[in-house]
Ligand binder design. Structure first.
Ligand SMILES: Cc1cc2nc3c(=O)[nH]c(=O)nc-3n(C[C@H](O)[C@H](O)[C@H](O)COP(=O)(O)OP(=O)(O)OC[C@H]3O[C@@H](n4cnc5c(N)ncnc54)[C@H](O)[C@@H]3O)c2cc1C
Length: 477
């Protein structure tokens, strides 16, 4: 029995060599001034810079790391096929601007076969069992939605139905750690209920990191150039970097909520406590991919198969197998278990993945692993986690982060009220912040239409798509 990818998800640039400090990706020295300076070259920063250029204003993007992309990072070197170390799916094809951008950039967008399997021990769940699980998800989502209309914001865990039986742990994993990088006990019901459906799952064959890097390639991006201090007022801003200072009339700041809350960029005067508190309430959860190259398809799975298990413990994961018909498989770990595991290091992560797959498939996975690599986003110094999810009471913080601070405008996935934790949410937030900055410097009139189209209203997540029977698929070559 299979459930469609929609059910599942609803419920729930190659690594560049580091350029010299301050040298731009475009090869010019760091300019000393620009109309608007953008901090961070992830999806939000690249979207912001493109919007500013489209308004014929000068922009410079400073990026602390050695590549464009931030949490969209494709490693093409390790496995011979693109491995997305961060985001890998684009959702909502009807409204997601990244799909058109990817096609226009000549990248190959494809919808992997729709269908996921649930393992119960060493067998696949039967049709009736999968239906039971989908029904459990529907009820859990409805309970969270109902709780979000209550007087006080509470944790999703406290809203969960108590009678999900054997599916309790799996529902918690799919709705919590796997969807948001945090356990349900750490997520606000209002934040979760307001999140727009992440329906469908569309992949970019060359990787989402490749996509963002390509979209940023024509822009003036100074790599390996961390902003260390921002001196700001209501009319101008100076950004200090080890390669020099940039004076601008406005700044768009796209660093993650954890980077902002950690105080890794100093502000003069201090950034208001209101914004810092908001960032802290939108802290990043933990989500990592443990990549295993498994030649010969020892798990006997089809291309792009997604597997979860019936689990009564938080020590569980999601498998994305035979990615794009290759022998690359990724075991995803998330939430508090993922955080604990990633804290133990890459070897422990790979050992868990091997042990977990052996438990579910019985085959000798350990000897089949040709190569492995695990991401550790919590330890990535310029990101410090995976994606934001509001603590109970923290949902209004998203709006607070969008309030202008002098001539500084914050952007990034955490500032999007409904598409937080996504690439397209980050992209849209960057465009919005750029427009606010352009208005501030008088480069855009209030009457001018915004670049980003209005999104369709959020869809109800608990309306499950029809359950489809399993159609056996031939294993990959
Ligand atoms: C493992 C994982 C899986 C994910 N899966 C998906 C998915 O399938 N689909 C999806 O839509 N989303 C997914 N996401 C979430 C998605 O990746 C993010 O929401 C999105 O990429 C965030 O973009 P951003 O621009 O807001 O932030 P970032 O990508 O974090 O960009 C911020 C940039 O600021 C830079 N920076 C930090 N400090 C400084 C400084 N001092 N000076 C200059 N630059 C600085 C950073 O290096 C970074 O490049 C996933 C995330 C992770 C980690």
């Amino acid at each position: 029995m299979t459930m469609t990818r929609r059910d599942f998800l609803s419920a729930s640039a190659a690594l560049a060599a580091a350029p010299a400090l301050g040298a731009g990706a475009w090869g010019a020295p760091l300019p000393r001034e620009a109309d608007i300076v953008v901090i961070g070259a992830g999806a939000a920063g690249i979207a912001a810079a493109r919007r500013i250029q489209a308004a014929n204003r000068t922009v410079i993007v400073v990026e602390a790391s050695s590549q464009i992309g931030g949490r969209c990072l494709t490693d093409t070197a390790a496995f011979g096929v693109p491995f997305d170390r961060g985001a890998r799916w684009l959702h909502n094809p009807d409204t997601n601007p990244m799909l058109k951008l990817a096609r226009d950039a000549g990248l190959d967008i494809y919808t992997p076969p729709q269908g996921q399997k649930i393992r119960i021990g060493r067998r696949n769940a039967r049709a009736g069992e999968t239906e039971e699980f989908l029904a459990a998800l529907v009820r859990a989502n409805r309970a969270i939605d109902d709780a979000s209309r209550g007087k006080a914001d509470v944790a999703c865990a406290s809203a969960m139905p108590k009678d999900l039986g054997d599916w309790t742990g799996t529902a918690e994993f799919v709705l919590g750690a796997n969807a948001t990088a945090k356990d349900l006990k750490d997520i606000s019901v209002i934040d979760k209920a307001r999140a727009q459906d992440r329906n469908a799952a569309i992949a970019c064959r060359q990787g989402l990191g490749t996509l963002v890097a390509k979209l940023g390639a024509p822009l003036p991006v100074a790599l390996s150039t961390p902003a260390s201090r921002v001196s700001w007022g209501s009319r101008d801003v100076t950004v200090e970097t080890p390669a020099g200072r940039i004076a601008a009339r406005a700044a768009v700041i796209t660093v993650s909520s954890n980077v902002l809350a950690a105080g890794n960029i100093k502000f003069t005067p201090d950034i208001p406590k209101r914004q810092l508190d908001a960032a802290a309430k939108l802290s990043l959860g933990s989500y990592d991919h443990i990549a295993l190259q498994l030649p010969g398809n020892p798990l006997g799975l089809a291309r792009d198969d997604i597997i979860i298990e019936q689990s009564n413990s938080t020590r569980t994961a999601l498998l994305f197998a035979n990615i794009g018909s290759s022998s690359l498989c990724a075991v995803d770990v998330a939430g508090s278990f993922g955080r604990e595991l990633s804290g133990q290091g890459e070897a422990a992560m790979v050992a868990f993945a091997v042990e977990w797959l052996t438990k579910l498939f019985g085959s000798d996975v350990a000897t089949a692993v040709k190569k492995s690599s695990a991401t550790r986003w919590n330890a990535a110094p310029y990101v410090l986690g995976a994606m934001s999810a509001a603590v109970p009471g923290g949902q209004p913080s998203r709006k607070i982060l969008t309030e202008p601070v002098g001539c500084m405008f914050l952007a990034g996935e955490a500032t999007h009220e409904t598409l937080w934790g996504t690439v397209d949410g980050a992209w849209e937030s960057g465009e919005r912040a750029a427009e606010a900055a352009l208005r501030r410097i008088g480069a855009l009139r209030d009457t001018e239409p915004e670049a980003a189209p209005a999104r369709a209203p959020r869809q109800r997540r608990y309306i499950a798509a029809p359950v489809r029977p399993v159609t056996p698929r031939s294993p990959i070559n």
